[in-house]
Design a protein around this ligand. Structure first.
Ligand code: CTP
Length: 433
């Protein structure tokens, strides 16, 4: 029987002794408190996929807070947070293992695409509220039954067949974010929807199920999608599942978008290797690339609905991109080129490097800007210029800009020749030195 498989050998094989002992310990603590506990969700799926699961989700029947606090004390957690409202706790063990505890729930959807009403439940109801069969498996943690698999929906078989199957026919209508979660799982694990789930997807789209979904929830799912390393492989699925309308008015006309996104990823990786500390939202260059051939007026309603960070910036980048080859060609001096790049965000520059990958002039100039020009320390700052006798005000700002341009053009390289240059320009009196 599928329900009674003991996964101990697989657990021992797949996860190191430390992680296994960690789970056993949680099981022992749960036993003492009389609260059955189960490993659930992605970690169980990833165990069968032989992938390393970064964090462990544990579902608890009973008093989650009591279990969380006992775990906190006994596993010497370095980090602990309990959310009374959701009955969830986050812990991190001293060995750096992340653990999420959550009370088993029963969910009821009062309306399509609305947030569910939640009540305490047991492991059966907790598995029943989940998105796909492959995510609806649990492993018992209590000592006598440690390692026993609960698989009421035959997720293991679907996983082997590479199929994403919903648990019931209303699943996508209840929660359309499951469609985008499914798209991500399909992309990451090279799976596909089971035929009847595909049918349910069609029905959900016919019912316009994304319309009542809030922009914030939709954007969150789209952002996760855009962040996927394997994003180029998601594009054929966006076509097959007829989901392009979420991102653009029409599917992309040409087949170059996967290549474009691939190049975008390479540029992001290049930048991150150069400047590991520079924060970068990787979904922004991806969004720019997906939108680079779309009319701005067709994007506006997405940006009005979604909480995309720095919307104005993104639109300005999209506006600047088409003209870049011409304006850069016209720019003669390094400072002029740097000024052009300065008007584009880092994300926009990365997108430009992907779009114009065959144009060495553009790519080289973008790299020079990102690597060198953007980070040039100023040779004389405003304070120093005032010490030299210049007055504060707009003209000081202008002088600073001139200095930066001279520096970019290689005319000056240190404080001394910067001062001489200012004298030559008539900005400082000649008797100064
Ligand atoms: N889940 C669900 N429906 C949602 C969100 C989550 O059924 N809308 C359940 C699934 O059982 C899922 C688990 O909660 O496996 C954990 O969700 P999440 O952390 O978002 O994804 P994982 O499956 O853990 O996958 P990964 O972390 O690898 O992305």
């Amino acid at each position: 029987e599928a329900d009674s498989a003991n996964l101990l050998p697989l657990l021992e094989n797949q996860w190191g002794a430390a992680r296994l002992e960690h789970l056993r310990q949680i099981g022992r603590i749960a036993q003492q408190l009389g609260t059955p506990a189960y490993l659930v969700g992605g970690a169980v799926r990833d165990l069968f996929l032989k992938r390393d699961a970064p964090d462990l989700d544990v579902a608890v029947e009973g008093d989650t807070r009591a279990l969380a606090e006992a775990c906190k004390a006994q596993i010497h957690s370095t980090h602990y947070q309990f959310h009374a409202q959701f009955g969830t706790a986050i812990l991190e063990s001293s060995q750096g293992m992340a653990l999420d505890l959550a009370q088993c729930r029963l969910e009821h959807y009062p309306a399509p695409a609305a947030l569910p009403e939640v009540r305490p439940g047991n492991i059966q109801t907790d598995l029943a509220r989940r998105d796909f069969t492959v995510n609806a498996m649990a492993i018992r943690l209590n000592p006598q039954q440690f390692g026993i698999l609960l698989d009421p929906y035959d997720g293991q078989a679907d996983l082997q067949a590479g199929l994403l199957r919903t648990l019931h026919s209303r699943s996508f209508l209840d929660d359309p974010t499951r469609i985008l979660r499914g798209l991500r799982f399909a992309t990451r694990f090279q799976m596909d929807l089971a035929p009847e789930s595909h049918q349910q997807l069609k029905q959900a789209l016919q019912a316009d199920i994304f319309t009542p979904l809030s922009g914030a929830r939709l954007w969150r799912e789209l952002r996760y999608l855009l962040e996927l390393e394997a994003l180029p492989s998601a594009l054929p699925l966006l076509s097959a599942w007829k989901l392009w309308f979420l991102l653009r008015p029409k599917p992309p006309a040409s087949s170059t978008l996967p290549t474009l996104l691939q190049r975008g990823h390479e540029q992001i990786q290049w930048l991150q290797a150069q400047f590991p500390d520079e924060p970068l939202d990787v979904f922004i260059p991806m969004l720019i690339l997906i939108w680079q051939d779309v009319r701005l007026s067709d994007i506006q309603h997405c940006l009005d609905r979604w909480p995309v960070p720095d919307r104005g910036r993104l639109l300005a980048d999209l506006r600047a991109l088409p003209g870049l080859p011409e304006t850069l060609l016209k720019a003669k001096h390094p400072s002029q080129k740097a000024n052009i790049w300065q008007g584009v965000s880092v994300a926009g520059i990365l997108a430009a490097m992907a779009i114009y990958a065959d144009n060495a002039t553009i790519v080289d100039s973008a790299r020079l800007y990102l690597q060198v020009q953007k980070h040039l320390p100023s040779l004389l700052n405003g304070q120093e210029l005032q010490t030299l006798g210049l007055k504060a005000g707009p003209s000081l700002g202008k002088t600073l800009k001139l200095l930066r341009e001279a520096q970019l053009n290689g005319e000056i390289s240190n404080k001394e020749n910067a001062q001489q240059w200012l004298i030559k320009q008539g900005i400082l009196p000649p008797n100064l030195l």
